[in-house]
Design a protein around this ligand. Structure first.
Ligand code: PBG
Length: 328
């Protein structure tokens, strides 16, 4: 009798019930976070390069928060799209600035059903579009920017944000914000550190989404896509500085970094499936090149498989619906 093949791994793939039984990884609505853009204009606006995503207004924000809560999501991540910008990003620290107002509105609508998270970075608020304030030579001044981030952290905490998403990649930003929050008595505000944030082309559509006017690039503060060790080091430093959660961003092109960080981190590790990852699948599917829904699920399970505990994704509500229907 032939002993070939010695192994038949296809046995475990033979029926849907068998495959379901041996599935290693899964998606859960509670581990998905929806990024939400909030504009100061009168009406919600479509975002040309992100088909299906819109800028909300303060009036439409409660609806999407309700929808997100109803879908069982873990949270919403808010981005402000201010009408007026200046060199210091004054709108970011103004309690009546669009993002701080949005935090209050979202917090109210959430009523404790999901977390309210806020992007803590200056690029949406500066007229030059950089993530910090500029020095005399036009470079981003790290330490002067930290002062702005600290003020922003206090404004967002005062507005009621549960989680602050520190996405600016300034050195020492986690420690500076943590100390200020402690001193002000905001001891329960969670710091989500975008530790390994790469200088990525995949943020392209986001510029549209927040109407950013950046000329130049962010290579002097975001990570070089060619570097993996540096991403792991940034994550460890942020943990040492007091981060509660760390993040790798973008997700898809950096699954190796994500897996590496997730394997050694002692705190939750998240990943951000960014605007360009969204646009790639939407546009390829619209052109008939790929099956949209399957591609979305495959991209997300890949991020989970690499080690992400939670994922920021523009498809969060839709995917949560599929999960509820048992389609995913
Ligand atoms: C910084 C920030 C960016 C994104 C999230 N936070 C832009 C950047 O750093 O250039 C990108 C998110 C996306 O592309 O979906 N405020």
């Amino acid at each position: 009798m032939s002993s070939f093949p010695a192994h038949r791994p296809r046995r475990l793939r033979s029926t849907p019930a068998m495959r379901r039984l041996v599935t290693e990884h899964s998606l859960h609505a509670r581990q998905l976070v929806l990024p939400v853009f909030v504009t100061e204009r009168d009406a919600p606006q479509p975002i040309a390069t992100m088909p299906g995503v819109i800028q909300h207004t303060l009036e439409s924000l409660p609806d999407v928060v309700n929808e997100a809560a109803g879908a069982g999501l873990g949270g919403v991540m808010l981005f402000g799209v201010p009408a007026v910008r200046d060199a210091l990003g004054t709108g970011a620290t103004d309690p009546d600035g669009i993002l701080n107002r949005a935090i209050r509105v979202a917090k109210d609508a959430a009523a404790g059903r999901l977390t309210v998270q806020a992007d803590l970075c200056l690029d949406e608020f500066t007229d030059h579009g950089h993530c910090g304030v500029l020095d005399a030579d036009g470079g981003v001044d790290n330490d002067a920017t930290l002062e702005r981030y600290v003020a922003m952290a206090l404004a967002q905490a005062a507005a009621g944000a549960d989680i602050l998403g520190l996405s600016g990649m300034m050195d020492g930003q986690v420690a500076a914000c943590r100390e200020a929050l402690e001193d002000a008595g905001f001891v329960d505000v969670v710091i989500l550190a975008y530790s390994a944030k790469y200088a990525s082309a995949f943020y392209g559509p986001f510029r549209d989404a927040v109407e950013s006017t950046l000329s130049g690039d962010r290579k002097a503060y975001q990570l070089d896509p060619a570097n993996a060790r540096e991403g792991a080091l940034e994550a460890q430093r942020d943990i040492d500085e007091g981060a509660d959660i760390i993040m790798v961003k973008p997700a898809g092109p950096y699954l190796d970094v994500l897996a590496d960080v997730a394997a050694s981190a002692s705190i939750p590790v998240w990943a951000y499936q960014v605007s360009g990852e969204y646009a790639m699948i939407e546009m390829a599917a619209a052109a008939g090149a790929i099956d949209r829904d399957r591609a979305i699920l495959e991209s997300l399970i890949g991020i989970r498989r690499a080690g992400a505990d939670a994922i920021l994704t523009y498809w969060a509500i839709e995917v949560a619906g599929w999960l509820r229907e048992g389609r995913a």
